[in-house]
Design a binder for this molecule. Structure first.
Ligand code: NAD
Length: 266
């Protein structure tokens, strides 16, 4: 099995990575070849760090390999293993047939006014905000029909697994990743006698399309960890991605258990 690792840039994550490499090399249960980015395509990518490290890993390696998260900070949402469970993890790697959990993504097409089209995707979410502190103005179309004009701080289009991230902070619903859906949530919309939005999150099924027609000359676009200022964006079209990110589960940790561990349990 070809394995690549992606690390958070801190001493503890490097230490855990070194210990893991030694355990993999000494394992009698399986043969592992550690590959570097740019070499051969790995079968499995191990992210050692936090949720941000896992997001970095999936953008580095894409949809082909499977992923396992080892968290070296506070409990991560995408990570299954703690550093004190490395022996158990290496044993499971050699002896357990993993369950492959496939998480839907958000697929986006960003069209600029000069006619260019940029294809992007996110595992957590796309976020748009105005590039300055003034109001973001966006006409929202759903499946080609005008829905509303949004005025406020920003809009989030999240995947099911991203529904527990930024989307949750603006009171969006938590969506199980077995549902192929995207969710549109508002950040601080203006609602008064003059301006009106739905002011609730919307969950759309596969094949439905959200088109965001941007009125501001300059906006900030966030895609998971990547963020940047874009000029002259005409529209952003989002739908459920055709590709999914595949997580290899070597132990049972259901989605609702992750939600409980992350947000409820002490
Ligand atoms: P970060 O270091 O700012 O961490 C943000 C927090 O979000 C961390 O606690 C991380 O564990 C958590 N997180 C990330 N993905 C999650 C998920 N799917 N479910 C539950 N929690 C999750 O940034 P980062 O670690 O690089 O993560 C980037 C993510 O941060 C973005 O994709 C966005 O969802 C999130 N974010 C959240 C807010 C907010 O809640 N107000 C604001 C900005 C960004």
């Amino acid at each position: 099995m070809k394995i690549a690792t992606v690390l958070r840039n801190d001493d503890y994550s490097r230490e855990v990575n070194e210990a893991l490499r030694q355990k993999l090399a000494a394992s009698e249960a399986g043969t592992y070849q550690l590959v570097e980015h740019g070499d051969e395509q790995p079968d499995l990518v191990l992210s050692i760090g936090g949720d941000g490290t896992l997001l970095e890993a999936v953008h580095q390696y894409g949809f082909q390999p499977t992923y396992v998260g080892i968290h070296t900070g506070h409990l991560g949402f995408y990570a299954d293993w703690r550093p004190d469970e490395l022996d158990e993890f290496v044993r499971a790697l050699g002896s357990v047939e993993p369950l492959i959990a496939e998480y839907p993504t958000v697929q986006c097409r960003i069209q600029t006014k000069d006619g260019q089209i940029h294809h992007k995707w996110a595992l957590n979410e796309l976020v748009i905000r105005n590039a300055t502190l003034s109001t973001l103005v966006v006409c929202v179309f759903i499946n080609g029909d005008e829905f509303e004009t949004f005025r406020g701080d920003g809009l989030i289009v999240s995947s099911p697994s991203g529904s527990t991230a930024y989307n949750k902070a603006v009171n969006g619903a938590i969506v199980h990743p077995s549902l192929e859906a995207i969710q549109l949530s508002e950040i601080a919309s203006i609602n008064n006698q003059t301006y009106r939005t739905l002011n609730s999150s919307l969950v759309l099924p596969k094949h439905h399309e959200i088109e965001l027609i941007v009125m501001n000359p300059e906006i900030m676009i966030g895609l998971d960890r990547e963020q940047g200022v874009w000029r002259d964006v005409r529209a952003i079209v989002c739908r459920v991605g055709t590709d999914k990110v595949r997580f290899a589960r070597y132990k049972r940790l259901p989605f609702w258990g992750r939600v409980r561990n992350a947000f409820i349990k002490d």
